[in-house]
Design a protein around this ligand. Structure first.
Ligand SMILES: *Cc1c(COP(=O)(O)O)cnc(C)c1O
Length: 230
């Protein structure tokens, strides 16, 4: 798995260089390795290479990998969750990045044995294809969560639009940060909201520059199943 080590090193260098340039502390940033497109065997290799935060987006794949990978991983669920699947995964994960509707909050309340650390997904770019609460709905949405003590809003999450225009991407990330700051300033005990999950393989540097605390990196970090000696 020499290719994995190289990828991990490259990403780590990029992150450290960005942090130095803008004066952020590297320890503020959590790298979630998105393993959704690689096998359980290669996912195990990612863990062995020293990465413990893993992101998956399909319940069946998550559960299948957890049967094979017994310990050592911190699991982030980053995909859309159908309400009927909540019961299967909610007690199996450490973080949920994709709370996008009140019916999901209600289902989590019903099924979770403990409070779940969640990010509210915000559709900042407004694309019809993206899920998430709209920026204008966000404050009201988070106020409603007070009634559901199994959901703790630790931050906001977004996906940048599919474009090469770095300014557009940066504007989206900056908007999420502003929204985060607005919510965090309220100091709600159930919604500390001081985290920012944004940035993927193509835009994680911009995301870190704009304040990301969690970057979700797939292909650039773990490669693809068919690649390398994995
Ligand atoms: C797939 C995925 C990623 C990682 O994408 P890459 O471009 O492979 O880095 C990050 N976040 C979410 C929500 C995803 O679905």
């Amino acid at each position: 798995m020499a290719d994995l080590q190289q990828r991990i090193q490259k990403i780590e260098q990029d992150i450290q260089m960005t942090c130095e340039q803008i004066g952020r502390n590297r320890s503020e940033i959590t790298v979630v390795a998105v393993t959704k497109e690689i096998s359980a065997a290669r996912t195990s290799a990612v863990l062995e290479a020293g990465i413990e935060q893993l992101g998956e987006n399909r319940p069946e794949v998550l559960l299948g990998k957890q049967e094979i990978i017994q310990s050592g991983a911190i699991w982030h669920f980053i995909g859309n969750v159908q309400s009927r699947k909540v019961k299967d995964i909610i007690n199996q994960i450490d973080f949920l990045h994709s709370v996008d509707r009140m019916s999901l909050v209600k289902e989590i309340q019903k099924r979770a044995k403990q409070t779940v650390d969640c990010f509210v997904q915000v559709n900042v770019s407004g694309e019809a294809s993206k899920s998430g609460v709209t920026p204008s709905e966000l404050e009201g949405f988070i106020e409603e969560v007070v009634a559901y003590d199994k959901v703790r809003v630790i931050g906001l999450m977004t996906m940048a639009p599919f474009t090469d225009d770095k300014d557009v991407i940066r504007t989206v990330f900056r908007s999420l940060r502003d929204l985060r700051d607005t919510i965090a300033a309220k100091k709600l005990p159930y919604a500390p909201c001081n985290q920012l999950s944004m940035g993927m393989s193509n835009d994680f540097i911009i995301a870190i520059e704009e304040g990301a605390t969690h970057v979700r990196i797939g292909t650039a970090l773990v490669g693809a199943e068919s690649e390398g000696d994995g």
